[in-house]
Design a protein. Structure first.
Length: 303
């Protein structure tokens, strides 16, 4: 008699597929309730005019047509593009540079690794308030430091100047997330076999040649992963810093799509229009991410 019969309990034989379905069912229900259904609801809402109180009225694609004529939204989209280019370049270059430094056998390496990752653990609000104080034109540390070293001509209202305010926020975002991307690069560096470097040294390759012909090619998948993470974050996780530091000012100079969307939804009472903004952003991020994934796959096939 089988062990199942000895136990005195009947247990259904679901098989591997059935057991897997049962195990993922709770997560699937939560996903459907809190992700998929709100997604469909917001898509439906983007085709309506709704102030958040009365009954939504169907207007079709008029919200999306309005986006093309909204100079504030188009300016916010341009600011998002600048934000994306800035953080993708700086986080990748500086993150890899920090990872290369932290990969060296130096005294206190564990301390420096922890210090580099510390800003990642801080909340966006705390980081925004901290740097708003540093950038303050009257008593901020940055202007005080410039005056101390004799660079008074460089002092300015960093968040009040429409020409540089967005770039000031970009640097803050890079500072916050630099340790996170450096850790990813560090993990990639530690998977490279040391024998490859030994062979390159035996062939007479210098430090730059080893980096260019050994390190960088083997880190290509890590670069793609980091870029996708940075890209998505630059579009959908920049609201907190911008809102805390400038609220989109001065004169919409730091406005991004998320701050414009929140303003339209909760201050302007245009829930349907704000939903259309969200879906336009979703399509842009999805297209860019899909393009990067296809490029990575094509590169892996070529190799």
């Amino acid at each position: 008699m089988s062990g199942r019969a000895h136990s005195g309990k009947w247990r259904p034989d679901l098989g591997d597929a059935g057991a897997a379905a049962v195990m993922i069912l709770p997560a699937a229900i939560l996903f459907a309730l809190f992700i998929f259904w709100p997604f469909l609801r917001a898509l439906w809402l983007s085709l309506h005019s709704w102030d958040g109180f009365g009954a939504p009225s169907w207007i079709g694609l008029l919200n999306y047509q309005r986006l093309l004529d909204d100079h504030i939204f188009l300016g916010a989209l341009e600011n998002n593009a600048i934000f994306v280019v800035g953080v993708v370049v700086l986080k990748n270059v500086l993150g890899l540079g920090v990872a290369l430094l932290l990969d060296q056998a130096v005294r206190g390496r564990a301390f420096f690794r922890a210090a580099a990752f510390l800003p990642v653990t801080m909340s966006f609000v705390a980081v925004g308030l901290l740097w708003a104080w540093i950038y303050n034109p009257v008593f901020g540390l940055l202007n005080a430091a410039l005056e101390t070293v004799g660079l008074e001509s460089w002092t300015r209202a960093w968040l009040g100047d429409a020409q540089i305010a967005l770039y000031a926020i970009i640097l803050v975002d890079v500072w916050k997330w630099l340790g996170f991307h450096a850790v990813i690069y560090l993990a990639g560096l530690q998977t490279i076999p040391p024998e490859l470097y030994e062979s390159a040294i035996a062939d007479g390759a210098g430090r730059w040649q080893r980096f260019w012909h050994v390190t960088l090619p083997l880190l290509t998948p890590i670069i793609f992963i980091n870029t996708i993470l940075i890209l998505s974050g630059a579009f959908v996780r920049n609201f907190d810093l911008v809102y805390v530091m400038t609220r989109g000012g001065p004169n919409h100079a730091t406005e991004v799509v998320l701050t414009d969307m929140i303003r339209e939804a909760f201050l302007g009472g245009s829930m349907g229009y704000a939903s259309a903004m969200g879906f336009a952003l979703f399509l842009i991020v999805g297209a860019l991410s899909a393009g990067l994934v296809l490029l990575m796959r094509q590169r892996s096939l070529d190799v």
